[in-house]
Design a protein around this ligand. Structure first.
Ligand SMILES: C[S@@+](CC[C@H](N)C(=O)[O-])C[C@H]1O[C@@H](n2cnc3c(N)ncnc32)[C@H](O)[C@@H]1O
Length: 278
């Protein structure tokens, strides 16, 4: 048997995510923050302030904005692409529960991040609502479809690696998971570091999107639409999921909200509502 290899552990070289976990579970007031999502988030924020070790979490301003969207749209299920250590899952899982929602599915590729997220979600008392799925997002999306866990997406929070934004949206569109008048997508970091391909897609007309697809290279064997859903549900192996054509017929009402990130930096969250299909 080949020796197991671990290509990477956490997301940061100094493993600050593990340091965070130790810090939180060593707090003298641990019992008083248990089952209190806001107190757990405040403890994470304190860690960042005291150690000056930045974490790639959503942060308070963008977090409040997306929490308000969840409050307004009242989805039953939220899917998040990119969970990291669970900050947004705790923040939005709490908002979802307050809005009467039932399930927050946090998709995270890195098992160490996911393990930390699970501990912090548990500490926050959100185990009944937040589930962390460990795998590349395209595989978790397919698994959720295969296991009949989802047949649509009401609210999608996109916050993983920016070069995957448009590809995962294409997969979701191709699987027919977006519903006009229901589905809302909030995509973080659309200015810093930016997701130009994603913005170009959600802002384009169906005709412009058809041109974008024509100019893109897809594997020869690629399936789409009902054929792709059928292949996934039947458990077919090696189905192409990472590079499948989106469905250009979706119509989005889409806009960017900008946020001052301090130190002269501005970032933006693109909110795209599915308003129809051509
Ligand atoms: C910006 S962080 C997420 C921050 C988190 N949403 C929050 O606000 O607390 C991005 C995370 O996406 C994860 N990630 C990157 N590519 C991914 C993929 N293809 N599938 C799932 N997770 C991915 C990274 O491991 C990282 O933990």
């Amino acid at each position: 048997m080949p020796k197991p290899t671990v290509p990477f552990v956490g997301s940061y070289d100094d493993l600050r995510e593990l340091h965070l976990l130790h810090h939180i579970f060593s707090l003298p007031q641990l019992d008083s923050i248990r089952n209190n999502p806001k107190a757990v988030l405040a403890a994470i924020d304190d860690f960042v302030q005291v150690t000056e070790k930045r974490l790639m979490t959503i942060g308070p301003n963008k977090g409040a904005f997306i929490g308000q969207l969840i409050h307004d749209h009242k989805p039953s299920t939220v899917i998040e692409l990119g969970g990291f250590v669970g900050y947004s899952a705790i923040l939005f899982g709490d908002a979802l529960r307050a809005a009467g929602g039932k399930r927050y599915l946090s998709l995270e590729i890195n098992p160490v991040n996911a393990a930390i997220a699970n501990q912090l979600v548990e500490l926050a008392g959100l185990r009944d609502i937040v589930t962390v799925l460990v795998a590349p997002s395209h595989k978790s999306i397919a698994r959720l479809v295969k296991e009949n866990e989802i047949d649509s997406i009401e609210f999608l929070f996109v916050d993983h690696w920016k070069d995957r934004y448009v590809y995962d949206l294409w997969l979701i569109e191709s699987l027919g998971l977006l519903k006009p008048g229901v589905s809302v997508i909030a995509a973080d970091n659309c200015i810093v570091p930016g997701a130009p391909d994603y913005l170009a897609w959600v802002r384009a007309s169906p005709a412009e999107k058809a041109v974008q697809l024509k100019e893109h290279q897809f594997p020869e064997s690629v399936l789409q639409g009902a054929d792709l859903t059928k292949a996934i549900k039947s458990g077919a192996e090696n189905v192409e999921l990472e590079n499948v054509p989106g469905d250009p017929s979706y119509l989005y009402e889409t806009s960017l909200t900008k946020f001052d990130m301090g130190s002269g930096r501005t970032d933006g969250v693109e909110v795209s509502k599915v308003v129809g299909k051509e």
